[in-house]
Every structure is written in C-alpha cells, then in structure tokens.
Design a protein around this ligand. Structure first.
Ligand code: GDP
Length: 202
C-alpha cells in the first residue's frame, strides 16, 4: 500500500498505553525530553504546521498520541515524562506504562529518539535506549535544532554520539536534524519508510 506522511491525521489520545488503539499494522514511536523538539520534528516530517499541537494541550501532555497515515500505519507521540514536577509514585507509574508499551506492543517497529544536539545522551535518553535495547526495538536518534550549531561542531557531535551509541544499543542510528531549516527530513523519512515498510506517494 502507498501512503504519505502528509496524510497523517490525529487518531486518538490515550492516557495510558493500556488504552492504545488495536495493536495491528505497524507504528513508529517518537520520544524525547520535553523541549527536545519532538512536536516540531513531527510537524516537519509530516509537512504539517500543527499536527503535534494536540500533544501540547494542557492535561494531555502525558498522553500517548496516535496519528494515522493510512489505516495500517501510525506515528506515535510518546509523553516526555520523567522531568515534570510530579510525585514519585506517579512518575514510576508512567515509567512502568511506557516501558510496558515498548516491550509488548507488537505493531511497534522502531523508536525515534529526539535529543537537542547541544545536550545529547541525557539520563532520560539513556533510559529510553536501555528500554528499547531490552525490548529488541531499533532506535533512530535525531540530533535536533542542528541549526543552532555551526557545521564543524554539529559534525563533531554527530561523530561523538555515533561513537557512543553502540555501547548503549546494538541497533541504533543517528543523524542531524533541523525542523527550522528542514534539514534531515528526507533522511528521517527514509528510516520510517523502512520500518513501516512504506512505499511513499509523496
Ligand atoms: P517538544 O517539547 O519536544 O515537543 O519541543 P518543541 O517542538 O515544542 O520545541 C521546543 C522549542 O525548541 C520551541 O521553542 C521550538 O521553536 C524550538 N525548536 C524546535 N525545533 C527547532 C529547530 O529545528 N531549530 C531551532 N532553532 N529551534 C527549534
């Protein structure tokens, strides 16, 4: 079946992974610390201005948001949990729910992990890499806001993260990305194409 990222439409918002839509077809999840540039990246990849706005709706920032591409394929916006000022018990509940989703969701093909290129591989990122490795889930890292660095430092960051990744995850790749300049959008889409087994029409 052919599809395009531009066709992405909001499907549903689940307060908990247990309330996700049926576990059929294929999906790719996006995760990142809040402010890493996840919404901007989702919007750039789908060529839409406000697709990921739902994720910013107060009260929904901790929900898992599902976007459908063609009925068989989905993009999933995971909550940037973990650094919000909430009671520890609540944080642990999210973590359990999220790690459970990563480990048990059969339709999940890969995780796109967003890191601000100026502060990569935070504790949060390492945790996500660990869970994904345990779940046997491939990871593709987007070093976001690449326009904030000059060419040399950006290339050095890419090299440094690429060097460290194999110790943290056996099947992880990395690229530079800028939603502002739209750099790296095609490279990211090609990874999604592969994971979703997608023949694109645009
Ligand atoms: P989220 O919390 O991970 O969804 O992050 P957002 O997409 O909302 O972005 C957080 C902040 O970073 C916002 O102020 C964005 O304008 C900014 N931002 C996101 N992507 C880029 C980018 O590619 N370049 C620059 N310079 N700023 C960006």
């Amino acid at each position: 079946m052919t599809a395009s990222y531009q066709q992405a439409k909001f499907l549903t918002s689940a307060p908990d992974a247990a309330l996700a839509p049926p576990d059929e077809g294929a999906e790719v999840a996006f995760a990142g610390r809040s402010n890493a540039g996840k919404s901007s990246a989702l919007n750039a990849i789908t060529g839409q201005h406000s697709l990921a706005r739902t994720s910013k709706t107060p009260g929904r920032t901790r929900h898992i948001n599902f976007f459908t591409l063609d009925g068989q394929r989905r993009l999933v916006d995971l909550p940037g949990y973990g650094f919000a000022k909430v009671p520890l018990a609540m944080k642990q509940k999210w973590q359990r729910s999220l790690s459970h989703y990563l480990e048990t969701r059969r339709s999940l093909r890969g995780l796109v992990l967003l890191m601000d290129c100026r502060h990569p591989l935070t504790d949060y990122d390492r945790q996500m890499l660990r869970w994904s490795a345990d779940a046997g889930l491939p990871v593709h890292v987007l070093l976001t806001k690449a326009d904030k660095l000059k060419r040399g430092p950006a290339a050095n960051t890419l090299l440094a993260v690429g060097k460290q990744l194999p110790e943290l995850h056996p099947d992880a790749s990395v690229q530079l990305f800028s939603a502002l300049r739209k750099t790296g959008v095609d490279e990211a889409r090609r990874v999604l194409d592969r994971w979703l087994n997608m023949t694109r029409v645009g």
